[in-house]
Design a protein around this ligand. Sequence first.
Ligand code: NAD
Ligand code: UD1
Length: 342
Amino acid sequence: MKILVTGGAGYIGSHTCVELLKDNYDVVVLDNFSNSCQEALNRIQRLANKKLSFYKADLLESPSVRQVFKDHKIDAVIHFAGLKAVGESTCIPLKYYHNNLTGTFNLLSIMGEFNVKTLVFSSSATVYGDPSTLPITETFPLSATNPYGRTKLMIEEILQDLHTSDKDWNIALLRYFNPVGAHESGELGEDPQGLPNNLMPYISQVAVGRLPRLSVFGADYDTPDGTGVRDYIHVTDLALGHIRTLPKLAEKPGVVIYNLGTGNGFSVLEMINGFEKASGQKIAYQVTDRRPGDIAACFADASKAKRELNWEAGKSLDDMCKDTWNWQKKNPIGYRTQPKEE
Ligand code: NAD
Ligand code: UD1
């Protein structure tokens, strides 16, 4: 079976490609390297000891996307490609709407042209807005509070409309909670450009000495220790969730929606402690004001994915912290420690 992975050189895409290759799928990656690089693809192939096909192409440019479908008989698409920084999306919303929405429109139209109608879409727990109770099930009301989140919500709705119009489409909307960690080899991981927006990469850059200290955004939330609580999920578990979704789509279920989380919430202070224990490094931090737009707590009810996909997250907080630290230590400045593009 041949899978097109858009955004396959990125953080979650690269881990998913390794698992796909290990599972004997043929993999074609399309990525414009706007937030990734060739080195990630080199490492995927080394880790899996297999080759993938690669197109350096932009989803905004239909002819190059069409070329991929001309060259390969694609069976299904896993669509990771998109811009993902919440803060940035509020400053340059049009770029986010254009890249994420137009990119997806182009992809869907071309898939339709070639009669490829099986899609796994990277959605996010951000579509639940500020949930009124916890844990969050897939039937909770949806809302968005920023342009990035709105692109996810809009694409979910567009995909539902597409299936309504043509029942041949089979689509999985996977709502990720907070992906963290890295490949256990330390060869693949998250490589944010500039200052990290998310907690784990920030902590690990403090640990490795790239940043002086972490700001803990608020310690006055209505949570056990006052700091924000999230459902952190190891990126390899998340990758495996995609692999388990493909056979489900082969059953032609229409549109299916799954939370991919662990079901456990950890606070910022618990993450700091977990990381200190796993790495043996002290994480300097100071409590600052809340980050605007943040919610107190968010964690999944992940039982639907367990029931229907036979998938559940197997890795612990300690695994997430150890693997993040291993990646950070081996690659203190990310993939840029390696030779530039081939
Ligand atoms: P990432 O930035 O590491 O990967 C995205 C990849 O898509 C990058 O390699 C980038 O170069 C590529 N890309 C972006 N726009 C493109 C375009 N127009 N054409 C071709 N390639 C393009 O991000 P990630 O963390 O791996 O996230 C993957 C997906 O999962 C995204 O859609 C993101 O919104 C979603 N998601 C991520 C998180 C998270 O915390 N990482 C949480 C929920 C959902
Ligand atoms: C962020 C995004 C969300 C996205 C999710 C997963 C925002 C507002 N939301 O959510 O849309 O789906 O990532 O990628 O960016 N924290 C600190 N100090 C830091 C960074 C974070 O204390 O330097 C705290 C936050 O307040 C939060 C927790 O750590 O309580 C996790 O933050 P983060 O990793 O940014 O993820 P989310 O806020 O869940």
